[in-house]
Design a binder for this molecule. Structure first.
Ligand SMILES: Cc1cc2nc3c(=O)[nH]c(=O)nc-3n(C[C@H](O)[C@H](O)[C@H](O)COP(=O)(O)OP(=O)(O)OC[C@H]3O[C@@H](n4cnc5c(N)ncnc54)[C@H](O)[C@@H]3O)c2cc1C
Length: 375
């Protein structure tokens, strides 16, 4: 292979795909997306699809603002994907319930309610009876709850498929089963890529390789470490559905899907790149799911999987242009919120790459906060 392209995107998860779509919609030139395996088969397919910045937030900071902005783009984003591809990404706007089972949980949600109401955010305080009226299958031991009407969910596997169709229709070249080994640089500018199928010339490269970003060799530059944080999930069949809302406790969550599946998650483990489901992980998820609803015990168990969340050293996303190398851009480290951040990442990264404009929303997430210079 010996190709030339204007912009090469490394990684075909939701982040790489969303950036490819936004660039193509702006007519940014010849775009090639390179994916080592099939599109979206890693973290992007393993996720639960919750778009829930408020449910776990204890204060407002720039990260929280970014999450809320992205969540609020979702209804327009879903409608655009439907019209571009005919795929419904099943944006479910029922909302999220956060349950308290202990005194400690009650204190936690009490404080969350206080700061969020003072900040003018949408949040409802529920008694145990209110919560059970809304969701009769939750545990009768629930002491209190919060309802977040704007924290919603999406079917992330349908999101992957809609984005893949959209970029394909927009003329993005999709090179799957192709691994990028290194980015080549000459006199401080990107010149191309070395891949498992040969070399490619390009002047701009976007690193969207999730928790493998740090494994890419970039001449003259230190890598940004993005560690894999394993999350296991279990899936049950429910017909009719037991729940309408996404339901959290401080220890776990349940996500009802439109087709009757009910997802239960998750774990948060440092296990390197091992993606297997473990007996310990399943047992912990079941215990937490059972606390939310003892009715879980009788449900048919139909599937389980694990994925690797991409986490940068400070836990925050890494998005923007690299100051050291002209033509190099990062979009990685989305950790627990990559599905939620998909629409805004596409838009803001396209602003950076095409217009050289960095939104104030990205100020805290620049790759240049890490020391990239080799000594
Ligand atoms: C169990 C679990 C639950 C989650 N739940 C949620 C949730 O409810 N809400 C939410 O917002 N987020 C959630 N997440 C997080 C979310 O899934 C991730 O943040 C998001 O998928 C990251 O997308 P990505 O495109 O950066 O990474 P990935 O989907 O991992 O994609 C990166 C891609 O890069 C490719 N790649 C890597 N190296 C190379 C190379 N050298 N050459 C070519 N290709 C390469 C990989 O094969 C991969 O396909 C969850 C994650 C897990 C695991």
């Amino acid at each position: 292979m010996s190709h030339t392209t204007d912009i090469a995107i490394i990684g075909g998860g939701v982040i790489g795909l969303s950036i490819a779509r936004s660039l193509a919609l702006r007519g940014a030139g010849d775009i090639t997306l390179i994916e080592r395996g099939p599109l979206g088969a890693e973290s992007s397919s393993a996720a639960a699809g919750m778009l829930a910045p408020q449910a776990e937030a204890d204060s407002s900071d720039e990260f929280f603002q970014l999450l809320c902005h992205s969540r609020d783009l979702y209804s327009t984003f879903a409608a655009a994907l439907l019209s571009e591809t005919g795929t419904d990404i099943e944006l479910d706007t029922t909302g999220t319930l956060y349950l308290a089972f202990t005194e400690h949980d009650e204190d936690e949600i009490g404080q969350r309610y206080e700061w969020q109401t003072q900040a003018g955010l949408s949040v409802e305080q529920l008694t145990s009876a209110d919560a059970r009226l809304l969701e009769p299958s939750i545990n009768a031991d629930v002491r209190a709850a919060l309802r977040f009407p704007l924290d919603i969910q999406v079917e992330n596997r349908r999101l992957v498929s809609a984005l893949a169709d959209a970029v394909n229709d927009l003329g993005v070249k999709l090179l799957t089963e192709t691994e990028v080994h290194s980015v080549t640089v000459d006199r401080g500018r990107v010149t191309g890529l070395q891949t498992s199928r040969g070399s490619m010339s390009c002047e701009r490269v976007v690193l969207a390789a999730g928790c493998w970003t740090g494994k890419l060799t970039i001449e003259t530059l230190k890598t940004i470490d993005v560690e894999p944080v394993r999350g296991q999930m279990i899936c049950f069949a429910t017909k009719p559905q037991l729940f309408r809302h996404v339901i959290y406790s401080p220890r776990g969550y349940l996500v009802p899907r439109r087709d009757g599946r009910l997802l239960a998650g998750s774990t948060s483990e440092s296990a390197g790149y091992a993606k297997h489901v473990t007996a310990g992980g399943v047992s912990k998820i079941l215990e937490n799911a059972h606390e939310i609803s003892p009715s879980m015990a009788g449900l048919p168990f139909i599937d389980s999987w694990a994925g690797l969340r991409p986490r940068a050293a400070d836990g925050l996303p890494v998005m923007g242009a690299c100051d050291e190398i002209e033509g190099l851009f990062y979009a990685t480290g989305h950790y627990r919120n990559g599905i939620l951040l998909t629409p805004i990442t596409g838009e803001l990264m396209a602003d950076v790459i095409v217009n050289r404009v960095t939104s104030p929303l990205l100020r805290s997430f620049s790759p240049n906060r890490f020391n990239l210079v080799t000594s």
